[in-house]
Design a protein around this ligand. Sequence first.
Ligand SMILES: *Cc1c(COP(=O)(O)O)cnc(C)c1O
Length: 379
Amino acid sequence: MKFGTKAVHAGLKPDESTGAIMTPIYQTSTYAQKMPGDHKGYEYSRTLNPTRDALQRNLAAIENGKYGLCFSSGMGAIDTVVKLLSPGDEIVANNDLYGGTYRIMTKVFEGYGIKSHFVDMSDASSVAAHINENTKLVWIETPSNPLLNVIDIDAIAALTQGKDILLGVDNTFASPYLQNPLDLGADIVMHSVTKYLGGHSDVVMGALICSDDDLHERLSFIQNTCGAVPGPQDCFLVLRGIKTLHLRMQRHSDNGRTIAEYLDAHDKVARVYWPGLESHANHDIAKKQMRDFGGMLSFTLKDNSLAAAHAVISQTKIFILAESLGGVESLVGHPASMTHAAIPQEKREATGIVEGLIRLSIGIEDSDDLVEDLKQAIG
Ligand SMILES: *Cc1c(COP(=O)(O)O)cnc(C)c1O
């Protein structure tokens, strides 16, 4: 089955009791049993709920995996992955991560004796240098947030495969429409479903997808035991969102190209970070592992002052100043003071997240209007 068909149908069937086309919202915490243990597969909704079950099957299918697990947020999903580790174990992650991921690894799990190394992964050999006998998890975010660095998943998988090291990929920016990390050798794919999968800025949710039976068993044990699960209403909204994922992502990508090319030619713009530009440092890898290049883009002005960046982000009219990304509406953000404020300034600057960096989540509006909006804001 091809992607668009899977997005609409995979894991779903008309409701058996009524024929309803859409998966019902099973707003129930518990289920009747004939005798203890004699039930229809559902006992208690932390463990499993039919609406969540349908979404988990759909997510597994669109990521070419065997199992999907949903969480009450993307951070709840990452928390679950790190809980596979024990004190003394180590993580190697890329150095330009989502701020919340950096925060949980340093401020929470370091206190439990799990150490993280944040490294430049543009060259796989620099990753190899940080892998030792304690390494149990390599964590990649590609394209990365907010600099859109692209990491060669296949090359990193070659370093972890055959060893007792899990490779996890945060696939939030690409979405399953643009990239499928399990096909490239990853063990676990993670999503902030809040972003492109939900797609309408109305749900906070996370997901993990994997194919290994034992790994799924361990992750689902933590999901049920620790309990960061989403409710059925949110699962319904995401099921509805995914039905148009392929259409939305193609439009995000098309608008991304139009705006990247517009900004790239603008005389007040210093640098544009969008993996589809030939000038992008990792364009070749992006072309190899992604189907298109998405709607996330960052840029700096030639005037690299905070004031110049603030002037632009306060003057856009269609691009709304807000955290988050991946919805149908265009957003503008300032990573240094918003999404990435949790990272100490010197570390931020060293990875390129300078005060003048502006991040765009390009929506599915008419690209002519988006270009006009940037034109009046940048001047
Ligand atoms: C938003 C985001 C997260 C965290 O997900 P939440 O749903 O906000 O908890 C993790 N990784 C990336 C790349 C994100 O953009």
